[in-house]
Design a binder for this molecule. Structure first.
Ligand code: SF4
Length: 347
């Protein structure tokens, strides 16, 4: 069995482990500093701790739970998709996107996904397992190391890669706790976004646990019939309840909620649907992100044309809904969630 990654431990658990090894309390600080500030990859790099302790830790844990299997970089070199192999041989992806004013990493929370959204390569893979908190944190640390080598920093983390974060609720929350802990990665809560298809019972729990972390909901249709086709989770959590849960979330957190809407040519991109969407969201502190769907071989449709995207946008704006059109990144490197891992699966 693969060894556990030390990134799985929160500060208290690390403290307890070191105590059980007969170590003084200051060792916790030294090890946290090496892992999360210096981003060491090997216990032998910890020159300030005794070699016997380094050996004991190396017997118990690995540091890095991810092996870089493949990396693909877009032609403009701004988008980079990495395929990681985990300790048990399964694979997940992350996507690093560099913008002029920020660097954003899209991370995975599950190997595969049970939600089966029709347009999603991950959804077509089926579900294998949840990632551990440390396997989620490890993706962030990979990007931090990479950007540090370029004299740059990671500014945003988005839980929008493979998997539905709210179906790995424990792992997602524990990883956020390690990302945001001031003694660990000290990453700002407001620079983290968790995206869900709308697992309603978890929305209120999430608001209680991490009210400062941004929440995004993948909507993709303002009509139940169409949404149930695109996002099967809608059959369990229909729009009316989802929109009510979103309004409750905003009331509780006073935070703006984001709705993601992937525009698919002649499927969900008509001005009539834009009008319906505006009606659903009226009066809510929210923002809509529109993006033309990334084509994939699993779902033989096209992302909406530029004209249709702009028309959809203008209907929303005319009705007072704040909206941004997102650039489609890295089509040529299969930047859509799961597309690289899927391409490595046997047919
Ligand atoms: S879009 Fe997200 S929730 Fe839907 S199948 Fe893909 S990974 Fe799962």
């Amino acid at each position: 069995m693969a060894k556990q990654t030390v990134y799985d431990l929160n500060k208290d658990a690390l403290n307890d482990t070191l105590k059980s090894l007969g170590q003084p309390a200051f060792r916790t600080t030294q090890i946290l500093d090496g892992l999360y500030s210096k981003l060491y990859q090997d216990f032998n790099h910890f020159a300030n701790i005794p070699s016997s302790l380094r050996a004991s830790l190396a017997e118990m844990f690995v540091i890095d739970p991810l092996h870089v299997e493949d990396t693909i970089v877009s032609k403009d070199r701004l988008t980079e998709k990495v395929l990681f192999t985990l300790g048990d041989g399964l694979q997940v992806e992350s996507v690093l996107m560099r913008y002029s004013e920020r660097n954003s990493l899209c991370i995975s929370t599950q190997v595969g996904c049970p939600m089966g959204c029709v347009f999603c390569a991950t959804g077509q893979m089926g579900y294998m397992r949840n990632l551990s908190p440390g396997e989620i944190v490890g993706q962030v640390i990979w990007a931090m190391r990479k950007l540090r080598a370029e004299d740059s920093t990671l500014t945003n983390v988005v839980y929008m890669g493979m998997g539905e974060p709210f179906l790995n609720f424990e792992g997602t929350l524990a990883s956020i706790a390690n990302l945001t802990n001031p003694d660990m990665l000290n990453f700002g809560s407001r620079r983290i976004t968790v995206s869900t298809v709308g697992i309603i019972p978890k929305i209120a729990m999430f608001a209680r646990e991490h009210p400062q972390v941004n929440l995004a909901i993948s909507l993709h249709s303002p009509e139940d019939l169409l949404r149930s086709e695109l996002v099967p989770a809608n059959r369990i959590y229909p729009l009316k309840s989802l929109i009510q849960a979103s309004r409750d979330y905003v009331e509780r957190t006073h935070r703006r909620i984001t709705f993601e809407y992937a525009l698919i040519q002649d499927v969900n991109d008509s001005p009539e649907l834009a009008l319906k969407l505006a009606g659903l969201l009226t009066g809510m502190l929210c923002h809509v992100n529109l993006i033309a769907l990334n084509p994939s071989k699993e779902y033989a449709v096209q992302g909406s044309s530029k004209d249709r995207v702009l028309t959809f946008q203008s209907v929303l704006e005319e009705h007072g809904i704040p909206v941004t059109v997102r650039l489609r990144r890295g089509i040529e490197i299969h930047a859509g969630c799961g597309q690289l891992a899927r391409s490595r699966q046997p047919e």
